[in-house]
Ligand binder design. Structure first.
Ligand code: MN
Length: 128
């Protein structure tokens, strides 16, 4: 079983991914609705990867990423930024902050799944 933590404040986005992963038997998706809950969930559930929205209501996703990567207990968990920010430089900014991968909204599920699987294999796929 692959345990995913999705940090996402938008109900529609959370529901959509919940539905898609529910069809794949080997995934369990846990939703955290803000940055602080995301940090708490990362510590308690030790997810395989984290899907990280950047625009959250409390801490932004990059700050959540910084805190998780600065904590030895959570530093090794791969983080995939998933954001509507797709301007030039946003991917580089996310990666420089400590995110392991980056994907854009609206989510292309198969593409996101490919990035999750690549993170689980411990390497980065080519391109975005
Ligand atoms: Mn958001």
């Amino acid at each position: 079983m692959t345990r995913l933590l999705y940090v996402e404040d938008n109900d529609d986005n959370a529901f959509m991914l919940q539905m898609r992963f529910a069809l794949l038997e080997h995934f369990h998706l846990h939703i955290a609705v803000n940055g602080r809950d995301g940090i708490e969930a990362a510590r308690t559930m030790a997810p395989d990867p984290i899907l990280m929205d950047i625009d959250l209501t409390d801490l932004d996703g990059l700050e959540v990423t910084r805190r998780l990567k600065a904590d030895a207990d959570t530093a090794d968990i791969p983080i995939i930024a998933v954001t509507a920010h797709a301007m030039t430089g946003d991917r580089e900014k996310a990666l420089a902050t400590g995110c392991d991968e980056f994907d854009t909204k609206p989510v292309n599920f198969d593409r996101l799944l490919g990035k999750i699987e690549a993170c689980l294999r411990g390497r980065r796929p080519n391109g975005t």
